[in-house]
Design a binder for this molecule. Structure first.
Ligand code: 3SL
Length: 243
């Protein structure tokens, strides 16, 4: 199994194999997706484009839908939810389809939506996704971060390194790292693995969130490791369900 990591959607080569992809946006889109599905949401449909989200969601029964969106870390006007994993509680999201658009994470999903298999991963469900990948045993796994507006992010690379370390520790005979972006991510994980919240707070997006206001609960939630067994998987184009 060949593992590669790209920091942002724009870095993924055009001719890459469409085998398996794992999208990561630790702060906060894929943490929110894992928590929402774990708390009983019917599914999460991701949109890079807000107008398309509004059009598509209008055809879904209003009692069964929630609009979740942010730009620049701030909740979108007229939406039910911003992008906090704390807000997607069971009483709020149970059996609802969540129509979601975020600054960076949903762009990453758009880039790899044609892959045969697509997962959403964060620190909270790293082990669950890793175990599923080992069962699937695809030839190629492309791990894709979300970054910030096209540039590198520390926290997504931390989680990419966490996933690769889990896979290597589980099946060294099976797993190979094939790009230096992932070798660097593993080194980052080794450096920060005992202070995940410290890494998230130090990251530039972590600092952006702190400037926007108190996000202590978000940092606590997003820095938890292997606490959720939910594996979000794309079953219809652009729509993630719990496995
Ligand atoms: O960029 C994104 O996709 C978001 O996760 C950013 S935020 O943490 O909601 O600000």
């Amino acid at each position: 199994m060949n593992l590669s990591y790209y920091h942002v959607a724009g870095d993924v080569p055009a001719n890459v194999k469409h085998d398996s992809a794992v999208v990561i946006d630790v702060l906060r889109a894929t943490t929110t997706i894992a928590c929402a599905l774990n708390n009983g949401a019917e599914s999460v449909e991701t949109f890079a484009d807000i107008d398309l989200l509004k059009k598509k969601s209008a055809s879904w029964p209003s009692s069964k839908r929630l609009l979740l969106g942010e730009r620049g870390g701030k909740k979108l006007e007229g939406f039910d939810l911003g992008n906090s994993p704390i807000d997607v509680s069971n009483d709020f999201v149970k059996d609802k389809r969540i129509f979601m658009s975020t600054t960076n994470g949903t762009r990453s999903f758009a880039r790899v939506r044609d892959f045969n298999t697509l997962y959403a991963m964060s620190l909270v469900n790293r082990q669950a996704v890793g175990e599923k990948i080992l069962i699937d045993n695809p030839g190629e796994v492309l791990i894709l971060g979300s970054g910030w507006e096209g540039s590198y992010s520390l926290e997504d690379s931390l989680a990419a390194g966490a996933l690769a370390s889990f896979l290597l520790e589980s099946r060294l005979d099976l797993v190979q790292v094939i790009n230096d972006e992932l070798n660097a991510a593993i080194a980052l994980w080794t450096f920060w693995k005992r202070d995940l919240i410290g890494c998230l707070r130090k990251s530039t997006h972590g600092q952006r969130l702190q400037r926007l206001g108190n996000h202590d609960e978000d940092f606590l939630c997003c820095s938890e490791l292997d606490t959720i067994g939910t594996v979000p998987i794309q079953r219809e184009k652009g729509i993630l369900f719990s496995l």
